[in-house]
Design a binder for this molecule. Structure first.
Ligand code: TYC
Length: 101
């Protein structure tokens, strides 16, 4: 009688990948007040007053500034919340998310 031998392979090919990270980028505009930008950076992105002022002034001078890096879902949720807070006050403030290289 033929015998069936089952050989179990060790699962050496199972890999755990790092989650891809996404930058949240602050975009300058001519209408949103500086203090409001700082307030949103502090409340939504938990920056200190000093960090928030530096990020705001960098975007103001250069056009854009990276705020922070998160997993995709968190970056998108924070971006949406920050934009929502600005729209509620009638400001055109914009944040974008983009994958990190
Ligand atoms: N440029 C705006 C002003 O002079 C301030 C500002 C800074 C707006 C950064 C957006 O991402 C921004 N009132």
């Amino acid at each position: 009688m033929a015998e069936t031998i089952i050989v179990k392979r060790p699962q050496t090919d199972l890999k755990v990948e790092r989650p891809k990270l996404f930058k949240v980028v602050l975009v300058n505009d001519d209408y949103t007040p500086r203090d409001f930008v700082v307030t949103v950076l502090r409340s939504e992105f938990r920056l200190t007053e000093e960090q928030a002022r530096k990020v705001m002034i960098t975007a103001h001078r250069r056009g854009v500034c990276v705020v922070a890096v998160f997993t995709k879902e968190i970056a998108e949720a924070k971006t949406a919340n920050a934009i929502d807070a600005a729209r509620k006050q009638g400001y055109p403030l914009l944040f974008t998310t983009e994958p990190e290289e």
